[in-house]
Design a protein around this ligand. Structure first.
Ligand SMILES: [Fe+2]
Ligand SMILES: [Fe+2]
Length: 166
């Protein structure tokens, strides 16, 4: 069994990963609404990835012999649940969100280290590495979208590129 503190942090992270998926579907819906299916596709894929992360946290907690309390997703999303203005707005939210997730994973790892819970520390390793890539990718997408925001041809080219996201 996990320590109560670590268990509660992991459980929150499980719920937050689900909330991230939900949040990215909200971004996908915005891009679908303004007819940028490539941008929408990218965020649908991103949502799937967050659901995969959630499953990993779920399985880890269950495998350690603990139970999970499901929280309302609206509570976890908090102020992030909003409508977007323009094509760069969701990218700003994307960067902010991934930075927050990075902080949460770092905090979890620090707690695992303090408690000498090596299994949890090792479990979190891949998420720490993953966050470097996620934040870098979000920042890159924000700067590219900011560059082309008033350029229709640029937007359509980038939309085609994002449609290929796997
Ligand atoms: Fe995630
Ligand atoms: Fe993520």
């Amino acid at each position: 069994m996990l320590s109560p503190k670590l268990k509660s942090l992991l459980e929150t992270q499980y719920n937050k990963e689900l909330a991230s998926g939900y949040f990215y579907m909200q971004i996908a819906e915005f891009y679908d609404r303004i007819n940028l299916p490539g941008f929408a596709h990218f965020f649908k894929k991103q949502a799937e990835e967050e659901n995969d992360h959630a499953m990993k946290f779920y399985q880890y907690i269950v495998d350690r012999g603990d139970r999970i309390i499901f929280q309302p997703i609206s509570v976890l999303l908090g102020t992030e649940f909003k409508d977007f203005q323009g094509i760069t707005d969701p990218m700003v939210a994307f960067v902010e969100h991934e930075r927050k997730v990075t902080d949460a994973i770092e905090m979890l790892s620090t707690e695992a280290k303090i408690e000498n819970d090596n299994r949890t520390y090792a479990f979190l390793h891949e998420f720490n590495i993953e966050q470097v890539e996620e934040v870098m990718m979000a920042e890159e997408m924000l700067s590219k979208t900011s560059l082309i925001k008033d350029d229709g041809a640029g937007i359509l080219i980038y939309d085609l590129e994002l449609a290929k996201a796997e």
